[in-house]
Design a protein around this ligand. Sequence first.
Ligand code: ZN
Ligand code: ZN
Length: 53
Amino acid sequence: MEELKCTSCGVGVLGKNFVRFECPACGKEEIIRCLPCRKNLRNYTCKCGFVGP
Ligand SMILES: [Zn+2]
Ligand SMILES: [Zn+2]
């Protein structure tokens, strides 16, 4: 089973409220964010180097 972790904080998000979307810069990597990170607008860093809120 795939392990889903928040891209920002690294917390496992399975069974929790989270969003997943493609990186707006490269469109290849998947960004996963847990609800707290989304609310607090924590930065995430894509593997391509893109940093976004
Ligand atoms: Zn998080
Ligand atoms: Zn990217």
